[in-house]
Design a protein around this ligand. Structure first.
Ligand code: FES
Length: 281
């Protein structure tokens, strides 16, 4: 069993948990994910890792209520435990695997949307730990849905916050901030990492393509069981077929077919949709 040491509500429907999982904590890297299961009959829920403490042996996860399983999960308290906490799974972020001299010479821009702020956090933290100042944009629908602001402030070189409704800091989309930084403030970026809702990643990629900034996205939102078996996370990247949970979750955003991925995501939200997809595959 994997004990929950801390359970905290971050915002409406968004929760953070510190889980005692020493083996995962010892080896996990930014970009990877875990699969949690509450009990014998529970659904397997893939979640990207938000933070980890190798010494304490803890892993931090952040999740949003999207259905019955995550609703049940949100009711767990410190002292409760998960039956399974499997990981680390997936591939670590590119920069973890690349030659550090090259990574050090680049200017990174991280773009986080909504609950996508959680998987961006360990990446920005990694940058700071390695002496790299990264610019970070965090977007939320409104002030109440903004998460991890203080934690992110500690790790980011510059943090730019925006809200769709203007209830905090500035009004506008994350793409407005990117445009402002590049076009008005003369900032130059070598790599953009965008993680958030699919529609946000789609529009960030459209813009960064125009601006000529290579962009990495995380396709975690389309994962269902995270095992490579259900087929839900199949996507087209360039002219190749990939599975987010096995080959990703991070991919070259300029090559991802977002429209197709979003259609599949919609289908997988319903039981009938899942049956339909299975029938045509
Ligand atoms: Fe099921 Fe990837 S999430 S195959």
């Amino acid at each position: 069993m994997y004990k929950i040491l801390k359970a905290e509500k971050l915002a409406e429907k968004i929760f953070l948990m510190d889980v005692e999982a020493p083996r995962v904590a010892r080896s996990c890297q930014p970009g990877e994910f875990v699969i949690v299961k509450m009990d014998e009959k529970g659904e397997r829920i893939p979640l990207t890792i938000c933070d980890f403490d190798r010494e304490k042996g803890t892993v931090t996860i952040v999740f949003q209520i999207v259905g019955a399983s995550t609703l049940k999960m949100s009711e767990l308290q410190a002292g409760d435990a998960f039956q399974d906490f499997v990981g680390p799974l997936g591939q670590p972020s590119e920069f973890v695997k690349e030659d550090f001299e090259e990574v050090k010479g680049r200017k990174y821009l991280f773009v986080a949307g909504g609950v996508g702020t959680a998987p961006v956090y360990p990446q920005v933290k990694w940058m700071k730990q390695h002496g790299i100042d990264a610019d970070v944009i965090v977007g939320a629908k409104n002030k109440d849905l903004l998460i991890l602001e203080d934690m992110m402030k500690e790790q980011a070189g510059n943090l730019y916050i925006t809200t769709d409704d203007g209830s905090y800091v500035r009004k506008g989309m994350v793409t407005d901030v990117i445009k402002d930084l590049v076009e008005n403030q003369g900032k130059q970026y070598d790599v953009c990492v965008a993680i958030g809702p699919m529609i946000m990643m789609k529009f960030v990629c459209k813009l960064t393509k125009e601006l000529n900034i290579p962009t990495i996205v995380s396709m975690n939102p389309i994962m269902v069981d995270g095992t490579g078996m259900c087929g839900a996370c199949r996507l087209t990247v360039g002219d190749e077929v990939k599975f987010a949970c096995v080959d990703g979750p991070e991919f070259d955003g300029h090559l991802v077919n977002f429209d197709e991925a979003m259609k599949r995501q919609q289908m997988y939200k319903t039981e009938e949709g899942r049956a339909m997809l299975k029938a045509v595959e």
